[in-house]
Write a protein that binds this ligand. Structure first.
Ligand code: ZN
Length: 101
């Protein structure tokens, strides 16, 4: 998917169809604030693409909030994995509670 999302005051171009090796070996995703872009390696399994998308979006949150400091990568890695599981394990709740209007 290629689309635009909004994080804080800025619109970001999102692309989860990027080729493997775009950023060297084993890259999964990039949050690129200077270009307002999020890029995801589209060759990964779909669940990994979605979890990585959350991870990069959370880098955007951290950028806006500026609160995580040295531990940003570890905190975002853990929180994005938990958030991905929460969303996928609680689809009915997510739909009824947050997406009902
Ligand atoms: Zn990261």
């Amino acid at each position: 998917m290629k689309c635009k999302i909004k994080i804080g005051a800025h619109k970001y171009s999102v692309n989860d169809e990027c080729p493997d090796h775009s950023y060297g070996e084993n890259w999964m995703g990039r949050y690129i604030p200077k270009d307002n872009q999020i890029k995801i390696n589209g060759t990964m399994p779909k669940s990994k693409i979605k979890e990585t998308m959350l991870h990069e979006i959370m880098h955007g949150f951290a950028d806006v909030c500026g609160v995580l400091g040295d531990r940003e990568e570890q905190i975002i890695e853990n929180m994005s994995a938990m958030l991905y599981m929460f969303i996928t394990d609680n689809k009915k709740f997510m739909q009824e509670y947050f997406l009902d209007d």
